[in-house]
Design a protein around this ligand. Structure first.
Ligand SMILES: O=C(CO)[C@@H](O)[C@H](O)CF
Length: 536
């Protein structure tokens, strides 16, 4: 059998909510290996659903840290069994679900640095965690801690200006505060607190890996302009917290060489570099190769917007993180809860459940919908906090219903006008070179993408980002290798596969929507103020 020529490559990992995924990317930036371990399916002994445990209070949500460790053992064994040539790995990086926290027990670093290559990780790390069930991003049990933190720094807006976000229940600082208040012994017995991303990097490094600026921006603890921990926020959450976190580092940092454990057990070269891991969303921004002025729209169950920002304008909604591929810039994240579930509901009610009929309705109605505007929030929306359906005619008079085709266009135009308005609220501006990158289920519907292009006045591209966080992590590993030479990330990834053009704005689109957008914003404010004012 001919020797399979070694393929020099970088690895990109994603420790996400439901699985651990890996891709191998060669020097031509082609993905040639993918694998994954699903927590529910492959590690049923942990009893998770969707990779998590939702506690009886319906607010607390955790995941077992040893499940994540064992998943890494499994995926490496699968790669070894498949004949993957680890000796060709130049560097690796990765991503983790944002905001989750891992609590390393005092003494863990000694175990991490002296792992026996004859045993799997999970057998050796059993006693290394002071908290075995880690709080993750789906947790919403820390409202009290959020209010305490905002009060300590001068309010929600002050906290947002300092850390990029007002206090959110899932953000790590508030989770650490809750642990300190409710389990002070576990807190004091923790020598290190990691994010999921830096925890995963620590497994490869054989010692505690630092938190990177970008994922660290999701903690309500990092001053995003100065890139240092906020002493006021640290002090408000828990004592001696800075020494447990360690110093944050630029996301492109090479944090060390791979632990000898992987050299001996799997055949990695001792020269394999570990590049700082980051959050899944920052890694996805890298995987989609977003550039300044671009906007990524993930049209999933909930819709998520990633924006590249030069200058942040922290607000009381959305999040601003340090940019994972350019330390001078930022990224913004906006979550819209009423995404595909709302589109499917209106499709079922108005197009007999048919996407074909849904598309025909968009084709048969004109841009601007004759001034009819709709707001469709069947679950409490995050951006902004509104619930219910609200329809307005061209005279801004609220009406109870629209004809079917008008309803469908009002839904889609409204969803995309909201995205543009709230993105611009965070400092985003459509630029002549702006590209919109659409991903997620609805990005397969070209009529929906046509409305997206019209509302933003920019071309829409599509790319398969099933593993954008993994691919972005592999790209970042290559960038970390080139970092010493000061090479820009865009230069490192310029030969990567390009997204394909899906829609360009119709003639006259800018004129139509630049007239409609202010009306939409005013009506949104009207609904908000009515919701906040008790009925007369
Ligand atoms: O909370 C989030 C972002 O702020 C989620 O997108 C998690 O990162 C998902 F893992």
């Amino acid at each position: 059998m001919t020797e399979r020529a070694g393929r020099r490559c970088c690895l990109g990992w994603d420790f996400s909510t439901q699985q651990v995924k890996i891709v191998a990317v060669d020097a031509e930036l082609n993905v040639f290996y993918e694998d994954s371990v699903h927590f529910d399916r492959d590690l049923p002994e942990f009893g998770t659903q969707g990779g998590v445990h939702v506690h009886k209070d319906r607010l607390t949500v955790t995941s077992p840290v040893l499940m994540w460790v064992q998943a890494l053992d499994l995926i490496l064994e699968k790669m070894k069994a498949s004949g993957f040539d680890f000796s060709q790995v130049l560097a690796l990086s990765g991503a983790g679900q944002q905001h989750g926290s891992v609590y390393w027990k005092t003494g863990a670093s000694l175990v991490l640095s002296s792992l026996s290559p004859t045993l799997p990780l999970h057998q050796q790390l059993q006693a290394c965690f002071s908290v075995r069930d880690c709080p993750i991003w789906m947790d919403s049990s820390t409202t009290a801690q959020c209010r305490q933190l905002e009060a300590a720094v001068g309010g929600a807006r002050a906290l947002s200006c300092l850390t990029g976000s007002r206090a959110y229940e899932r953000f790590t600082g508030n989770q650490i505060a809750k642990l300190f208040q409710q389990n002070p012994e576990a807190y004091s017995n923790s020598e290190r607190i990691s994010l999921v991303s830096s925890f995963a990097a620590s497994l490869f490094l054989g010692r505690h890996a630092p938190i990177d600026y970008s994922d660290g921006s999701g903690m309500n603890l990092l001053q995003i302009q100065e890139k240092v921990w906020s002493q006021a926020c640290l002090g408000a959450c828990a004592p001696n917290l800075e020494e447990k976190l360690g110093s944050p580092v630029p996301s492109c940092s090479v944090v060390g060489a791979i632990s000898d454990y992987y050299v001996q057990r799997y055949g990695f070269p001792p020269t394999c570099k570990v590049v700082a891991f980051t959050g899944d969303n920052p890694a996805s921004l890298a995987g989609m190769r977003l550039e300044e002025g671009d906007i990524a729209v993930s049209l999933g169950t909930s819709d998520t917007l990633f924006l590249w920002l030069q200058e942040p304008m922290p607000a009381l909604e959305g999040h601003i993180f340090c940019n994972p591929v350019d330390a001078q810039h930022y990224m913004a994240l906006l979550c819209f809860k009423n995404g595909s579930l709302m589109r499917e509901k209106i499709r079922d009610e108005t197009a007999s459940g048919s996407w074909n009929k849904f598309s025909k309705a968009l084709q048969s109605t004109e841009m601007g919908n004759h001034g009819n505007l709709g707001f469709y929030f069947d679950v409490m929306e995050i951006t902004p906090e509104i619930i219910g359906r609200h329809r307005f005619n061209a005279e801004n008079i609220e009406v109870s219903a629209f004809p079917g085709d008008v309803e469908i266009r009002a839904l889609i135009e409204g969803q995309f006008m909201a995205k543009r308005i709230h993105a611009e609220g965070l400092g985003y501006r459509v630029m002549p070179k702006t590209k919109i990158l659409a991903t997620g289920g609805a990005s397969h519907n070209k009529d929906i993408l046509q409305v997206l292009a019209d509302v933003f006045g920019a071309p829409v591209y599509v790319m398969d980002t099933t593993s954008s966080a993994c691919v972005g992590s592999a790209y970042r590993a290559f960038h970390g290798l080139a970092g010493a030479a000061g090479v820009a990330f865009s230069e490192v990834v310029k030969s990567a596969p390009h997204p394909s053009l899906a829609a360009t704005p119709n003639p006259g689109a800018s004129h139509v929507y630049e007239a409609l957008l202010p009306r939409y914003a005013e009506l949104e404010q009207r609904i908000l103020s009515q919701a906040q004012r008790p009925l007369q």
